[in-house]
Design a protein around this ligand. Structure first.
Ligand code: TYM
Length: 347
């Protein structure tokens, strides 16, 4: 069956947005608006899989929705809403909990990393929600029969699992799906949209560590709300080696920090790594870092200013989120009606 080309993606309100979220996700959401039906969610139900202060959760929820809009998403075009307003996400996640296998979840590296950080997989400190997290993520995507999901590299494994869940559902309920008059698959095998530079933005202090919301060192992460001076200072102090930049991408092999900064420049200027090296190859950091700082400020500062303006008016934000949750529901409800029939729930 041909599925409507539809894009879904989401960000967890569990910390301040950073450059990795911007380059790996938000920036790439914008052009997809022109070619696809686009749904961008603030996944608050995912955030609470680890403890969130309710006040922070609310603030970050508004901040992410504001970042979407400030970065160029049009809330009259893209569907921008927070997950918990559309309860069907939870209902489908439960059904997927019964489709997915425990073994699939235990293989998830993000779970292993996080559970490890919380004191071990068997620890009393790890929530059941954290374990089932990928099942909710599959529900987010498949509730809208999304065909493509733009995400950073760290989410690839979760999307493979989404495809596994879709495959098993399509297979296990083949007869019932046919009975509904659907010729082929009920759920699409969703594609991961993750190409281009900076799909994994690394820490400014350690080129082998991912830039993340939870890094202990503030200097390793550029936040979307950082002011111009802070951004410039962080880039100036970013760890690098002593060599000049190479003239070709191959010359970055084994130079994780240099590779990261060049990839960031490429993504912020919509060029390729080779394009950046054609301009800066042979230059030292004394030339490259100020150019990168200037570029980062030019891109991020106007977005931060607009984010601040938007979050100041929570009444307006509430209206946008509510209105868009209605639009999301208009797609989700009929899909969920079919799913209930397929699994045999009486209504
Ligand atoms: P989250 O909130 O951790 O991250 C949001 C998006 O930012 C990307 N990202 C990065 N990209 C490049 N470099 C980095 N250092 C970096 N850090 C984060 C992530 O890849 C992601 O695209 N499970 C998801 C949220 C989610 C979701 C979904 C995504 C829930 N349901 C359905 C897509 C579709 C997460 O925790 O993202």
């Amino acid at each position: 069956m041909a599925f409507t080309p539809r894009v879904f993606s989401g960000i967890k309100p569990s910390g301040d947005l950073h450059l990795g979220n911007y380059l790996g996700a938000i920036r790439r959401f914008v052009p997809l608006q022109q070619t696809h039906e686009t749904i961008y969610c603030v996944v608050d139900m995912h955030a609470i899989t680890v403890w969130q202060d309710p006040e922070d959760l609310r603030r970050w929820t508004y901040e992410i929705a504001a970042a979407y809009i400030a970065a160029g998403l049009d809330p009259n075009k893209s569907i921008i809403f927070n997950q918990s307003q559309v309860v069907e996400h939870a209902e489908l996640a439960w059904i997927f909990n019964c489709v997915a296998r425990v073994g699939w979840m235990t293989r998830m590296t993000q779970f292993k990393d996080k559970a490890g950080a919380e004191g071990g997989e068997n620890s009393e400190a790890v929530s059941l929600g954290l374990f089932a997290y990928p099942s909710l993520m599959a529900a987010d995507i498949l509730l809208y029969k999304a065909t493509g999901v733009p995400v950073g590299d760290d989410q690839r494994q979760h999307l493979e699992l989404t495809r596994d869940i879709a495959k098993k559902f399509n297979h296990d309920f083949k007869k019932q799906i046919k009975g509904l008059g659907v010729k082929d698959d009920f759920f699409p095998l969703t594609e991961t949209l993750s190409t281009g530079p900076a799909m994994r933005v690394m820490s400014l202090k350690d080129g082998k560590k991912k830039m993340s919301k939870s890094d202990a060192s503030d200097m390793s992460t550029i936040y979307m709300m950082d002011d111009a001076d802070t951004i410039a200072k962080k880039i100036k102090r970013a760890t690098t080696d002593a060599d000049a930049l190479p003239t070709e991408a191959a010359g970055l092999a084994g130079r994780a920090e240099a590779e990261n900064l060049v990839a960031i420049y490429a993504a912020l200027s919509d060029t390729s790594v080779d394009g950046v090296l054609a301009e800066f190859g042979g230059s030292g950091w004394g030339k490259f870092k100020p150019a990168l700082a200037e570029l980062a400020v030019a891109v991020l500062s106007p977005i931060a200013t607009e984010m601040k303006r938007l979050v100041a008016d929570t009444g307006e934000m509430d209206q946008i989120l509510r209105r868009n949750a209605d639009r999301a529901r208009a797609i989700a409800v009929p899909v969920m009606d079919d799913v209930r029939k397929i699994v045999g729930f009486v209504r």
